[in-house]
Design a protein around this ligand. Structure first.
Ligand SMILES: *[C@@H]1O[C@H](CO)[C@@H](O)[C@H](O)[C@H]1NC(C)=O
Ligand SMILES: *[C@@H]1O[C@H](CO)[C@@H](O)[C@H](O)[C@H]1NC(C)=O
Ligand SMILES: *[C@@H]1O[C@H](CO)[C@@H](O)[C@H](O)[C@H]1NC(C)=O
Ligand SMILES: *[C@@H]1O[C@H](CO)[C@@H](O)[C@H](O)[C@H]1NC(C)=O
Ligand SMILES: *[C@@H]1O[C@H](CO)[C@@H](O)[C@H](O)[C@H]1NC(C)=O
Ligand SMILES: *[C@@H]1O[C@H](CO)[C@@H](O)[C@H](O)[C@H]1NC(C)=O
Ligand SMILES: *[C@@H]1O[C@H](CO)[C@@H](O)[C@H](O)[C@H]1NC(C)=O
Length: 635
């Protein structure tokens, strides 16, 4: 569409220009520049040239992705679970269950189950699949073979009613913790099934559960807790009040419920606290929690919770909390609405036999205890990332890079299926790359990280993809380019002379991306020499162009003739030098240089000597330009 519009616009303008008999070559040149700059397609890319550090440094369209198409139409929900062997993943969608094998696609299995899958878990205790689905009514069962229920379970409070309801659930030692809403909007919250059943005690305003995780294992099993992350509709209807309140709740794993009179079969350890996310100094706050990823640590209290928020302006924020921090709020904050002395044991303490808890404690918990203190993000208490992109999904990976240093990488998904690979650092986040996984119009529905194999599984409404996070070739075939990428998954291998998956002997500088790291080896002086600039057939052409590929959106690109800087026209991936025909005889060479982080690099050299005929390439933007040139020619 854009192409047609641009072309039409160009030809119209050119026509009128000609009729006014002012068809000079420099006018043509000007027109070119104007047309190119006025189009949205080009100006967006041009903005990327401005070295905005919120822009992904590089963009990859085809780089280590394997695809599996989900036949049978458009899905509104796709559940993902790692399969029994490397490279396999269970998929539940649109009445079907699949075991997709990315290593041996022919071995993939698919069965029709007849229910839309809403829960897909592995029960480690029985080593079977636990699957729930809906098809008007709800069903939950365990499966030894795909699609074949070997044992049925009561789906009440486990399986969501609709494919549109998200209700995260979790197996801990054979017991299932779920968060599905019951039909009558009552008693929403965490439920435990299998073993001793425990139900939520409260009926609250609307809640949406985002994630449920085990906070542990701790030194004593008695201390293990389960945390749920959720948003709750704000009951304050003041126009300035936020619509949602982000919260974390805790329950103890060993909770047996209350006494016969108070909280029988309900949680006696249930506490709730508010999550804070924003920038205090600027009074910017984020309240709509969308997704949570947990980076587990050996010490349970050092495990980090990465919470993704959005606000009314579709901005995003990522705030990081430690489990230790959350625990501290539950264990030491005062309780909302309670000024009297806190009874013993303190409400929320995990005890051996909660049925024996004193009435004063049980009665307090029954009131839906909330902490006065909010859980604050780590560091200076501000968000780790604030972005104008509206991210919807988050995964977080700990990456052991070159030299065995450990770095954290965030994988942030946008609704349209683009994934940003972001290096965690203080200050402005560094977006190493944007992966464009889907065709236009597709929607990102789910993301699943397999950290041990550095794979990210991503589903849209029509396909499931396996993405190699340590696919590094596209960063470039020079040590400097590999190092400037600052990607801890990647490093320069001085032996094979390739940018490759990081190992103990690869070269990388994640902290600074300084090309000087390459001094010890692997430096090369290659650049492309453009001998044949594309030129439409036949002569009498006022202008031609040569392309300088812009690999990094963080670099500055310029064309030079001698020491004179020549203006260039930015297109989606190139910095184009337009050369008027009458200039052709002039001395070259023309050189394109890129400067990034103090490293100047020659990208291309063009020596105008012989103009050879070239045919228009039909590829992407160069096609557009070719079309433009042809139009000029036809006139
Ligand atoms: C599954 O959900 C889709 C809508 O997302 C619906 O068209 C289809 O009939 C459902 N299938 C079953 C078996 O319920
Ligand atoms: C499902 O289980 C039944 C009974 O155990 C068995 O006969 C059938 O072959 C199984 N189907 C599959 C696809 O495994
Ligand atoms: C909440 O529960 C109380 C008693 O348990 C009941 O009186 C009230 O109607 C319930 N509210 C809702 C919204 O279900
Ligand atoms: C935010 O995004 C949603 C969905 O993508 C859209 O419907 C809405 O209009 C956007 N709001 C603003 C303020 O841009
Ligand atoms: C975790 O616990 C250890 C030992 O109790 C303590 O030194 C450390 O500060 C704690 N970390 C956090 C993040 O709470
Ligand atoms: C809980 O019970 C176990 C064994 O039954 C015991 O060793 C432990 O000391 C008890 N803990 C508390 C806090 O009472
Ligand atoms: C699966 O991948 C892991 C991590 O790369 C590897 O250690 C393991 O050997 C693989 N297993 C098989 C059966 O290939």
């Amino acid at each position: 569409m854009d192409v047609l519009l641009i072309a039409a616009h160009a030809s119209l303008t050119l026509l009128s220009t000609r009729s006014m008999a002012v068809r000079t070559r420099s006018n043509m040149m000007l027109l070119f520049l104007c047309v190119l700059h006025s189009s949205a397609v080009f100006s967006r890319a041009a903005a990327g040239c401005g070295s905005s550090r919120f822009t992904p440094r590089m963009t990859f369209k085809e780089d280590g992705f394997s695809r599996h198409h989900l036949l049978g139409g458009y899905n509104s929900r796709v559940e993902l679970l790692l399969g029994p062997t490397n490279g396999t993943v269970y998929v539940g969608c649109n009445g079907k269950l699949l075991l997709v094998d990315f290593q041996a696609p022919k071995k993939s299995e698919e069965v029709t189950w007849g229910h839309n899958v809403t829960v897909l878990l592995k029960n480690e205790n029985t080593n079977s699949l636990f699957v729930c689905g809906t098809s008007g009514s709800q069903i939950c069962c365990s499966m030894e073979t795909l699609g074949n229920c070997s044992k049925h379970y009561d789906a009440k409070g486990i399986a969501p009613f609709s494919v549109n309801e998200r209700a995260p659930s979790l197996f801990v030692g054979g017991e299932l913790y779920s968060t599905a809403t019951l039909p009558v909007r009552k008693r929403i919250g965490i439920r435990r099934h299998g073993g001793i059943q425990i139900w939520p005690a409260h009926n609250k305003t609307e809640q949406r559960y985002v994630s449920i995780v085990l906070s542990g294992p701790r030194a004593h099993k008695l201390e293990d807790r389960v945390y749920a992350f959720l948003v709750e509709k704000n009951s304050d209807s003041h126009p300035d009040a936020s619509l949602w309140i982000p919260r974390v709740t805790q329950v103890c794993r060993m909770d047996l419920g209350g006494s016969k009179n108070i909280l029988q079969q309900s949680w006696t350890s249930h506490l709730t606290a508010r999550l804070s996310c924003g920038i205090h100094e600027k009074r910017v706050y984020f309240t709509e929690l969308l997704d949570v990823a947990v980076l587990h640590s050996e010490a349970w209290n050092e495990s980090r919770v990465y919470a993704l928020f959005t606000n009314d302006w579709n901005m995003s924020a990522v705030c990081v909390y430690t489990m230790g921090n959350i625990d501290k709020v539950f264990m030491s904050s005062t309780f909302k609405g309670h000024s009297e002395e806190i009874p013993t044991p303190r409400p929320g303490t995990c005890v051996n036999d909660s049925k024996m808890l004193p009435d004063i404690v049980l009665n307090m918990v029954k009131e839906q205890l909330e902490m006065n203190d909010w859980v604050q993000p780590v560091g200076d208490g501000d968000a780790l990332i604030i972005s104008s992109h509206r991210y919807t999904h988050i995964e977080v990976d700990r990456v052991k890079g070159s030299g065995l240093q450990v770095h954290t990488v965030l994988l942030l998904g946008l609704e349209d299926g683009r994934i940003h690979k972001v290096l965690e650092q203080t200050g402005i986040p560094f977006i190493m790359a944007e992966l464009q996984l889907f065709q236009p119009g597709a929607r990102l529905l789910n993301m699943l990280l397999q950290s041990s194999r550095k794979k990210l599984y991503v589903s849209s409404n029509t396909e499931v993809l396996e993405v190699d996070l340590d696919s590094c070739m596209n960063y470039g075939n020079e040590c400097e380019l590999c190092v400037q990428a600052r990607d801890p998954y990647c490093g320069w291998d001085p032996e094979s002379m390739l940018c490759t998956a990081a190992s103990s002997h690869t070269i990388q500088d994640v902290e600074h991306g300084s090309y000087t790291a390459c001094r010890t080896g692997g430096h090369s002086e290659q650049y492309s020499r453009l001998e044949n600039p594309p030129l439409p057939p036949d002569t009498d052409l006022p202008v031609t162009y040569v392309r300088c590929p812009m690999l990094s959106a963080h670099a500055e690109y310029s064309w030079y003739r001698g020491d004179t800087r020549q203006p260039c026209v930015y297109t989606e991936g190139d910095c184009l030098l337009l050369i008027e025909a009458m200039d052709q005889g002039q001395d070259g060479p023309y050189m394109c240089k890129a400067t990034e982080a103090g490293y100047e690099r020659m990208i291309a050299v063009y020596q105008p000597k012989t103009w050879s005929k070239a045919t228009c390439s039909a590829r992407s933007h160069s096609g557009i330009l070719c079309a433009l040139l042809l139009i000029v020619l036809l006139l």
